[in-house]
Design a protein around this ligand. Structure first.
Ligand code: MEV
Length: 289
């Protein structure tokens, strides 16, 4: 039996742009997914296309138990965390010798297959390696850690990443003259953010701009807009959709002393708040339960 865990993630900048090779910055966060794998001739596991694909990819059969602290379909990368932790647990339980790099690549291939061809390696890279990661196309660079004080607001409106990615693809096909400059601007503000990683006021302003650009792409949702506006009014430096949008979660960058106030403002909108910060650990082995 082997138990491994992997962290969730928030996109600080660049979701959707990353699908088209633009740069994006994402950060691992504390809520984790725990996966226990046990050898067995009969497969016992949840009917998840991600988990099925992990076993197929590794060419083995076994049973799985998943214990997630991450809400699913919310934009916090729970499918990537399940995939990465499952691959790492299979790797350990069956004595395979895949490196972390190979696990990240395999997890990305699985996400891409399940998401019908359109996905960036962001979620799977962050879940595998932890920390803050700059993604550009298929390359990843780990950035210096920063103790960002974040509050996540979960609108509890379930969303579907593939549908949202499809929606942007449709807009890009139908209105390239509008969509392409917006994707370029998202990439440009990610690169600008790289020069302001120690300046929360500037980062907050850039997050607000990124949110507006995501709304232009059509991935906003009234419930998320409410949380974004409530967080800013409660004193956040900035707030935006995180992940695919169309529901799911938003993230606010906050002064440390205002985190509880921002969380309260989010909860007053009938949403769930998660106060969190960076997790520098990626996928890791846990004690068996
Ligand atoms: C989903 O968390 C973020 C998207 O950019 C899709 C992806 O990066 O695979 C919308």
């Amino acid at each position: 039996m082997a138990t491994w865990s992997a962290p969730g993630k928030v996109f600080l900048f660049g979701e959707h742009g990353v699908v088209y090779g633009k740069p994006g910055i994402a950060m691992a966060i504390r809520p984790r997914v725990f996966v226990t794998v046990r050898r067995s001739r009969v497969a016992h596991h949840a009917k998840s296309p991600y988990i099925e694909s992990c076993f197929d990819e590794m060419g083995v059969r076994g049973s799985v138990y998943v214990n997630s602290q991450l809400p699913s379909s919310s934009g916090l990368g729970s499918s990537a965390a399940v995939t990465v932790a499952t691959l790492a647990a299979i790797n350990d339980e069956f004595g395979k010798k895949n490196s972390l790099e190979e696990i990240a690549d395999m997890a990305f291939a699985i996400e891409k297959k399940v998401q019908k061809g359109r996905a960036s390696p962001t979620d799977t890279s962050v879940s595998t390696f932890g920390g803050i990661v700059l993604i550009t196309g298929t390359s990843r660079r780990r950035l210096a850690p920063h103790n960002f004080q974040m509050v996540i607001g979960n609108s509890m409106v379930s969303h579907n990443t593939s549908k949202m990615v499809e929606k942007v693809a449709d807009l890009k096909a139908k209105s390239p003259g509008i969509c392409n400059p917006v994707l370029d601007a998202i990439g440009a503000l990610t690169m600008t953010a790289m020069h302001h990683m120690t300046d929360p006021n500037s980062l907050g302003r850039l997050m607000n701009m990124n949110h507006a650009l995501l709304e232009v792409l059509g991935v906003g949702h009234p419930a998320i807009s409410r949380l974004v506006l409530a967080s800013r009014a409660a004193g956040a430096y900035g707030a935006k959709i995180t992940g695919a949008g169309g529901g799911g979660c938003m993230v606010a960058l906050c002064p440390k002393h205002l985190k509880s106030r921002v969380a309260g403002a989010i909860e007053a909108c009938d949403a769930r708040a998660i106060i969190t910060t960076l997790d520098t650990d990626g996928v890791r082995k846990e004690k068996d339960v």
